[in-house]
Design a protein around this ligand. Sequence first.
Ligand code: CU
Length: 137
Amino acid sequence: MTLKHCARAGCALAALLGASPGAYAACDAGPGVLRGSTSRVALAFRTDPPAIKVGELFSLEAEVCPEAGTSVTGLRVDAGMPAHKHGMNYRPRVSSTGPGKYTATGLMFHMPGQWQFTFDVETPAGRERIHVDYTAQ
Ligand SMILES: [Cu+2]
C-alpha cells in the first residue's frame, strides 16, 4: 500500500485512546511529509533535502505510528526501482532517535525515475512492510 493517510491506520484510534499527541506529530498533515501504512502501522517521513537529487546522498527522518496495543521494536529502510529490478548502490544506516522515531542516512537514488521506499517495521507480532513510491527527477 502506498501513501495512505496515517489517520486511516492507527493514529486516530491511538489518539482517541489517550496516547501522547506528541508521539504522532509526524503523522499529522504537513509540507513535505510522505506517508504509508498497513492495517496495523502507519509511517510518516521527511527526506533531507525535501526534493531528493539524483546522484546525491540524502537522509530521512521517520516516525512510526502503531495501532493501539502494538509497539515498534525496529525499522529497516531500503529503496529500489521495481520496474528496473534493482535497489540502491548504498546500504542506508538506520538509528533510533526516540520511541518510534528513526533516522536513516546514506541513501542515494542513482538514476531518475520511479523509485519505491520499503520500510520494514518490526513489532512483537511480526514485521509490517510499507511501500512508498517516489519519483526522482
Ligand atoms: Cu533504475
